[in-house]
Ligand binder design. Structure first.
Ligand code: ATP
Ligand code: MG
Length: 372
């Protein structure tokens, strides 16, 4: 018998946990690397519990695995470049580096001919009034790096407010974005295998509250043939430009355009994404299986959806099993609940649209959100 292939995952959160669960039936063993002793991924993978700058631990991790991937984009670049000299890292370092910084991300999207929100790099020599004149008010101030779930963001109405906010951020590098007046938010989730085969789910429609993803609907009720065609073009252009292997997510705004609507790119995630969690139940191949298959050099086939799916995040609190409606799947991440923390999710998948709406209503009442 040949040795079991081993996938190393940097980060051991719920995304690593769900990847490891999909790797098991493929005969692949997962190792996670996470400094958190209670990282959720430890429940189904071998845990290397050490800091991202612990070179001896990183060497042991590299020696134990065949391929390395990651489940979040804010891994220190020094850690990734060190590991890359020992084992292949997929998706590659170019993609990771581009996605770590909102400035390079938006510049990259524009260089490929796609639309983004207006933005400026808030270098210290640029006055707040000039910056606001460029992007328009109101605007959103964001840290260039390390943001997630809307953290490191602030809405700005005028130059005085921007001056105060910039002073409060001190030495952080900042970007100022114009406010996009969107009709909907959608995500493009696509995957590319090592042989170049690419697949994509239909557009997924997302609802955020306080910068945190609350719900996703797949396929997106707002999708049109034109938006799907544009999503195909965006996905294939970006995957090709990056020589990408693995799952890639592109968050977009749907905005009005002459004769219909169009997509404005918000950000890229070089990984599986919260808005794709419904695919575990709702598609023939989940985003986690696609990612594992792609980076491990296995074949990927186009997905078929098992009907309509809705995903509701469990934020800060978990319902009791007895409260969960029939037909709803729960995924608990084994994380200690605290306000604003994603601790699990619910998925509803059905071929009956009326039943979907009804179950969504019941879940809304259970967790207190509105899916729109
Ligand atoms: P995450 O990593 O969870 O996706 P994040 O912290 O990286 O979030 P963004 O995706 O940039 O941040 O922003 C979070 C949400 O804030 C967006 O999904 C959108 O609802 C809103 N938002 C961000 N930028 C803009 C913008 N320029 N115009 C309008 N709304 C915006
Ligand atoms: Mg986002």
């Amino acid at each position: 018998m040949t040795a079991r292939p081993v996938l190393g995952i940097l980060g051991g959160g719920q995304l690593a946990q769900m990847m490891a669960l999909e790797a098991i039936p493929l005969g692949i063993q997962c190792h996670i690397y996470d400094p958190d002793p209670v990282a959720p991924g430890r429940l189904c993978a071998i845990h290397h519990c050490a800091a991202y700058d612990d070179t001896s631990a990183l060497l042991r991790f590299a020696a134990a695995v065949d391929v390395i991937t990651y489940e979040f984009e804010n891994i220190p670049m020094s850690c990734v470049t060190f590991l890359n000299t020992h084992k292949p890292i997929m998706p590659g370092i170019t993609a990771l580096q581009m996605c770590q910084d909102r400035l390079t991300e938006k510049t990259f999207a524009r260089s490929l001919g796609f639309v983004t929100a207006p933005f400026v790099d808030l270098v210290p020599t640029l006055s707040s009034s000039d910056a606001l004149r460029t992007v328009g008010a109101p605007a959103i101030l964001k840290t260039r790096r390390m943001g997630y779930d809307g953290k490191g963001q602030q809405t700005i109405q005028n130059a005085e407010e921007l001056d105060v906010a910039r002073a409060a951020y001190g030495s952080y590098e900042l970007i100022l974005e114009g406010m996009v007046h969107f009709r909907h938010e959608v995500s493009i989730i696509t995957a590319r295998a090592q042989d170049g085969t690419t697949v994509r789910y239909p557009l997924i429609q997302n609802t955020h509250r306080q910068g945190i993803l609350r719900t996703s609907l797949a396929p997106a009720p707002c999708r049109t043939t034109e938006l799907e065609a544009l999503a195909d073009q965006i996905a294939s252009t970006v995957l090709d430009a990056l020589g990408y292997v693995g799952v890639l997510t592109i968050e977009c705004f749907v905005v009005d355009a002459p004769g219909g609507s169009t997509l404005v790119i918000n950000e890229f995630a070089p990984r599986v994404h919260n808005s794709g969690h419904w695919s575990i139940e709702g598609a023939t191949t989940s985003q986690f299986a696609y990612h594992v298959r792609a980076v491990m050099g296995l074949r990927i086939d186009p997905p078929e959806l098992r009907g309509y799916s809705a995903l509701c995040n469990l934020i800060g609190d978990e319902p009791a099993h007895s409260d969960i409606p029939v037909g709803v799947s729960i995924h608990r991440y084994h994380k200690t609940p605290r306000p604003g923390r994603k601790v699990g999710h619910l998925t509803i998948t059905t071929t009956d649209h009326t039943a979907l709406q009804h179950t969504i209503e019941v879940c809304n009442q259970l967790i207190g959100v509105r899916i729109t």
